[in-house]
Design a protein around this ligand. Sequence first.
Ligand code: G1P
Length: 322
Amino acid sequence: MIVPHATDTPAPVRTVRAVRAVRKAVVPAAGLGTRFLPATKATPKEMLPVVDKPAIQYVVEEAAAAGLDDVLMVTGRHKRAIEDHFDHAFELEQTLAAKGDAVRLDAVRDPARLANIHHIRQGEPLGLGHAVLCARRHVGDQPFAVLLGDDLIDPRESLLSTMLDVRDRYAGSLVALMEVPREQIHLYGCAAVEPTEDKGVVRVTGLVEKPSPEAAPSAYAVIGRYVLDPAVFDVLDRTPPGRGGEIQLTDALQDLAAGGTVHGVVFDGLRYDTGDKADYLRTVVRLACDRDDLGPEFIGWLKEFVAGLDGREGSGRDRPAA
Ligand code: G1P
């Protein structure tokens, strides 16, 4: 889903702060990616390119931009490509260096330089809550961020930094919330909320995973950014399988919310969903249009293409623009 920006004013540029209580990010990346088969038969869905970078690189860049210098990927089988992507590629780097191709050399080196990247295997696909639980030993007794790879937050937004600032004021755990049309709430975790004195921060009084529109306590969807208190691990440890037979992070957070320790940061900026085919295509087009090196020419072609479609949606046979 592409959600338009609320205003036309330029979004703030992310800034890195020197010291934060939260240093570690966990990125669950063990999903099977069945919605993108056959592309994901031998390639992890997180490695699908969004313009010219794999989706997961945007997520790690977001964590790094918010000052999180330790990133743990919770991967599954067929995920070697993710490990290789965030490692050095010695031969490739040597070849590009010998050619003097500094731009491509940087592009190859960047992923490994973003943060200290660690990998752990989930082993069994028991759900998002279980993936987070797998991070327990690495995370230890500190609050930590969780970033889901299907949700891309526009690089000009500062959601994660805002959440880390809010965590400094409110102990406990935080979820990012976004208002969605009621008919879409069944795709998300949904939060019952109460206002706080802080604009943009709400107290979460209840959470339910993927409710029907009728059962949903609000139109606030949990989007894939969390800052979690380590107390979540004990709760996850005793959380039984929930919706879809999976151990749900939402269920563990519901338990914590009942104790009054969960807050929500309301986001109304640009978010892209790369977990769905149509939304993935919109994301690629949108981000390509925004690129200085590609945008101007691509937008020109796109306008011509769209003009040529003119009432022929869905046919796919006539090619209005080359
Ligand atoms: C997961 C969470 C859900 C959350 C969503 C955000 O669901 O379980 O609570 O709203 O991510 O993208 P998934 O999309 O993995 O099914």
